[in-house]
Design a protein around this ligand. Structure first.
Ligand code: GTP
Length: 598
């Protein structure tokens, strides 16, 4: 394909405004899959994405389109996630595109991530095409949304294309718009090659697959590729286009997006954001790459079966290939043995990592209480930063503790303002602004501790506003706080994996919630099990699991040996998901659900 026939663009939007549905329409119109193979949410290839109905990973697809001018164009479309935890995926997608379709739900209007994602696209000088979606719905308010496009986004509302991604209405018109409005890529075809690795994944048959955007020159099969940050080199086995599956090509040229397979043995050589060049004709300077992501939540992961520690390490290494925002290092715990301390972009990100470890790598894992990063000034003047309760120093040595604060931006229909203000207050928020965007919509800005939004803030915001309020945040620095370390004792023994750092006033209620949850989750044993919450030596919450009276197999009288065996086997199966804490068997899921209790 000639460079001037390529259009690279992403679809960005607030969550649920219809990105994946629109991507489906693009795929259908281009006929790259047969109708009988077509399924909804084509680009959400992970099971978790399909079950939850959300996009977690950006996905690129190469689509041919024959335009009204008679020419055949190639669209490289990148579907991006909408949830705030995955905005890093959006920011990377943006690097490989010249344009962005900014999708806005005609019944919801401009929301928090509409703005946040638009700013990301503007930072990279993308051509932004506003698209109003869901016009088939009776509640669609096209004129109202056009006004918002003009006043809140500062874009030209006359440029907006009104579509229904569901019925396909006006989608072809949008294709023509893309051809005309989004600039073709530029880049010298003869120059020393430069390609940006924007994503990667591990394929059990082919090894590491790199997803690249070529900015300069050409890379082809048989070339020796050079990874510019590590200097490692590999022979390229295959390059190609991404059409849901890889379509091998002779080469990838400046302006194109595609994949590269090069028999990479050492996964650690690969870094998303790195530049590939060719040994025979090396570029002198790498591309700028991506901004480093900083995790906001930390938690440690342990294998339920301690023998799987090494396997867990290998799984994380492979997962990081496909999830560059995940960071990890080795750690250990008294209760749980060897594991990894990980940094995540949010609680949903943490849950996704847990599910992927279980589904893609068949590993049962336990997570410790998610925590933010605290800065502690000690009496001797030294300053430390900590992310886990076990790093918490002796209280007598502490001079002051600071915790990260965020600026939370909430956009909501006005009838929910009261409820949301109460929620923010409960979460130690301080209001800094309340602005009527129009007659019905209000923008609230709060400063509040990041730790408070980690747990159930987002869910509660959604339930208070019946799903209508939207939320985005920025970190704004550290503020002094009153922190304590809450320990949980099971059968008299502190379980370090359940300890957490909490704001002093929240300690008692958090402790009660956790103890209650554990009482529900831990099965009865032959003996009575006290579960306690403690700060220092002071017990602040207590629950008791009463003892089991009978042996479960006692019911099966002597003769029925198969039944007895079945029952024992079933128990054994269940035990695989149990973690021994002293004499007590704690189910794996108890850890996360206890920590989510509040
Ligand atoms: P995330 O990837 O999770 O951010 O969501 P998304 O933006 O990809 O939204 P998705 O395509 O999953 O659509 C969300 C919901 O809106 C789904 O239930 C779609 O069926 C519905 N939807 C999308 N487009 C339209 C439309 O044009 N009309 C109607 N009526 N519903 C639509």
């Amino acid at each position: 394909v000639e460079q001037d026939k390529i259009r690279n663009f992403c679809i960005i939007a607030h969550i649920d405004h219809g990105k994946s549905t629109l991507a489906d329409r693009f795929i259908q119109y281009s006929h790259i899959v047969e109708d009988r193979q077509f399924r909804e949410q084509m680009l959400d290839s992970m099971d978790i994405e399909r079950e939850r109905g959300i996009t977690i990973k950006s996905q690129t697809v190469n689509l041919p389109y024959t335009a009204e001018d008679g020419n055949t164009y190639v669209f490289n479309l990148v579907d991006t996630p909408g949830h705030v935890d995955f905005s890093y995926e959006v920011s990377r997608a943006i690097y490989s595109c010249e344009g962005a379709l900014l999708l806005i739900d005609a019944t919801q209007g401009v929301e928090a991530q509409t703005l946040a994602n638009m700013y990301l696209a503007l930072e990279h000088d993308l051509e932004i095409l506003p698209v109003i979606n869901k016009i088939d719905l009776p509640a669609a308010d096209i004129e109202g949304v056009k006004e918002q496009i003009e006043h809140e986004l500062g874009l030209d509302p006359d440029d907006a294309v009104c579509i229904s991604a569901k019925t396909g209405k006006n989608v072809e018109e949008l294709f023509e718009h893309i051809v005309k409005k989004i600039p073709a890529p530029s880049g010298d075809l003869e120059a020393a090659p430069k390609a940006l690795i924007f994503d990667s994944h591990y394929d059990p048959y082919r090894g590491v697959v790199l997803y690249v955007r070529v900015f300069e020159g050409e890379i082809k099969e048989g070339d020796t590729m050079l990874l510019m940050s590590s200097g490692a080199s590999y022979e390229i086995e295959e390059v190609g286009h991404l059409r849901l599956k890889g379509i091998p090509q002779k080469s990838l040229r400046a302006g194109e997006i595609g994949y590269v397979i090069a028999g990479v043995k050492t996964i650690r050589d690969i870094r998303v954001g790195d530049t590939i060049t060719i040994k025979e004709k090396p570029a002198s300077q790498p591309l700028p790459g991506f901004k480093e992501v900083k995790p906001v939540v930390y938690s440690s992961i342990f294998p339920v079966d301690s023998n799987q520690y090494e396997e867990l390490g290998k799984a994380l290494e492979k997962l990081v290939l496909n999830d560059a925002s995940l960071v990890y290092e080795k750690t250990s715990s008294v209760a749980l043995g060897f594991g990894f301390k990980c940094g995540f972009l949010g609680l949903l990100h943490l849950e996704v990592v847990q599910e992927r470890l279980e589904r893609e790598f068949d590993l049962a894992v336990v997570f410790t209480a998610p925590s933010v990063q605290y800065r502690i000034t000690q009496k001797d003047g030294t300053i430390i930063t900590i992310e886990t309760p076990d790093e918490y120093p002796d209280v007598t040595k502490i001079e002051k503790v600071e915790e990260p604060y965020i600026k939370a931006i909430i956009i909501t229909p006005n009838e929910y303002v009261g409820g949301i203000m109460n929620l923010c207050m409960e979460k130690r928020g301080v209001q800094t602004s309340l602005l009527y965007l129009d007659k019905k919509r209000v923008e609230l800005i709060y400063e509040m501790p990041l730790a408070e939004v980690l747990f159930d803030f987002y869910d509660r915001l959604k339930s208070i506003s019946r799903g209508y309020a939207s939320f985005d945040y920025d970190l704004i620095g550290l503020r002094e706080t009153n922190l304590v370390k809450l320990d949980i004792l099971v059968n008299g023994k502190p379980v370090d994996a359940l300890s957490q750092l909490v704001f002093k006033d929240n300690a008692a209620s958090r402790a009660r919630a956790i103890c209650k949850k554990l009482r529900e989750e831990i099965p009865r044993h032959q003996f009575k099990i006290p579960i306690q919450g403690a700060v220092g030596s002071q017990i602040i919450a207590r629950e008791t699991i009463s003892a089991l009276r009978k042996d479960v197999t006692a019911k099966c009288y002597g003769g029925d040996i198969t039944r007895k065996r079945k029952l024992l086997e079933k128990q054994k199966e269940g035990k695989k998901r149990m973690k021994m804490v002293g004499d007590v068997e704690v189910p794996q899921r108890a850890f996360l659900s206890a920590l989510k209790a509040s």
